[in-house]
Design a binder for this molecule. Structure first.
Ligand SMILES: [Zn+2]
Length: 390
């Protein structure tokens, strides 16, 4: 029986409601030694703004001219702030992962062995508040014995993810107040002078699930999160789909079921899957005090819309597996009904056979896939040692 907590999970899966909650955790990393407690305290740094934090690395790209654009933009970034670390020699290296979400912003610091040294999160308000909190956290939580060498950001979109662009990391038009045009990546690069890499939260999560979670063993996977919004990414051999921007699968149109006249929660589309089957859409349909698991008809409706989305991904991307995350997907029987809807939507077409396998649609395995993906991105931004090739 699910009560208010479940409803809370469905409607605001990442909301914390606290001003600051810095704590140390160990998450899924191997060795608990070295975990350091951080007192819950107000930021120690002075308030800073994005406007005061020019992107030194972007400016240096223009000033020094790195020559012809490299095919590895992450390597280009790391070369700008090379401190002698390489992927084969990370002794003393410390990495930071950041995840910006619609409800809260999370940050994690980990050492080269993957041990988590500190965690923190704050409510998502303005870009300047986020920068102030992050600068204070990163400045205070990196141990004296370590050196911060790279930062990875798993960010909500839409954003510029082309590392060779002067606008790398800039948030494009978004309904989130104050965030359009902001660039947290550039601001942090200007503050810390280390490689700061960014990708969408779903691409980061997809990479983490592929490397360490439910996607191990396959060459390609699609990751879909169903929560406050619906988003997803495609990863092939560990690399997210390279496109003009990034996929926005939550806004794929689905066919309204007969009799479904509920208004869409998407301000742009009347019949996109996010508008009809995201956490807020489900909560609006349920009314207060009820959970999705309490309403079998609504669960079936949500499963049909999500199954139609899955069929679109199968037909467009043909991934070997689809990994499902987000608060809504923790609803019992939803994944099972979604599998059935996927099969019926494909209606016996040839590719449906692979999609009908029991391990085709699976639940996410990592609790913090976005943050872990951000940390993996940070690690991957280090160059290979030219002498050892590691
Ligand atoms: Zn939409």
């Amino acid at each position: 029986m699910l009560g208010g907590d479940r409803l809370h999970d469905v409607s605001r899966p990442w909301s914390c409601g606290k001003q600051c909650n810095a704590r140390a955790t160990h998450a899924s990393f191997p060795d608990p030694s070295g975990v350091r407690d951080l007192a819950c305290s107000p930021p120690r740094a002075e308030a800073v703004t994005l406007a005061e934090s020019p992107d030194q690395s972007a400016r240096s790209r223009g000033a020094h001219g790195l020559g012809a654009p490299t095919r590895d933009p992450l390597l280009a970034l790391s070369q700008e702030a090379d401190r002698g670390y390489s992927r084969g020699d990370m002794t003393g290296a410390v990495f930071a992962g950041i995840e910006t979400g619609g409800s809260r912003i999370r940050a994690r610091i980990a050492d080269a062995g993957g041990d988590v040294l500190a965690d923190a999160h704050w409510p998502t308000t303005t870009p300047d508040a986020a920068l102030t909190n992050l600068v204070a956290f990163l400045a205070g939580a990196v141990p004296a014995s370590g050196t911060l060498v790279a930062i990875g950001i798993a960010a909500f979109g839409p954003l510029v993810r082309d590392a060779l662009s002067g606008d790398y990391g800039r948030v494009l038009n978004t309904p989130k107040p104050g965030w359009s045009g902001s660039n947290l990546r550039a601001a942090l690069a200007g503050r810390f002078n280390v490689p700061v890499v960014v990708d969408t939260d779903v691409n980061a999560a997809a990479c983490a699930e592929w490397q360490r979670g439910a996607g191990r063993g396959v060459r390609s996977l699609a990751y879909v999160t169903v929560g406050t919004g619906i988003g997803g990414g495609l990863v092939v051999q560990g690399r997210p789909l390279e496109g003009a921007l990034h996929p926005e699968i939550g806004h794929i149109r689905v066919g309204r079921r007969e009799g479904d006249r509920a208004p869409s929660v998407c301000p742009f589309h009347e019949s996109c899957v996010e508008g009809l089957a995201s956490g807020p859409a489900i909560t609006r349909r349920l009314g207060t005090g009820r959970a999705l698991a309490d309403d079998p008809a609504l669960l079936e409706l949500a499963a049909e819309y999500l199954g139609e989305l899955a069929a679109t991904l199968v037909l467009a991307w043909s991934p070997e597996r689809i990994v499902w995350g987000g608060g809504v997907m923790s609803t019992p029987r939803l994944l099972e009904r979604l599998r059935s809807a996927l099969t019926s939507t494909l209606a016996g077409y040839g590719v449906g056979e692979a999609a009908a396998a029991p391990d085709f649609c699976v639940s996410a395995a990592l609790a913090d896939s976005g943050l872990e993906g951000a940390l993996l991105m940070a690690r991957a931004s280090l160059p290979l040692n030219p002498k050892t090739g590691l």
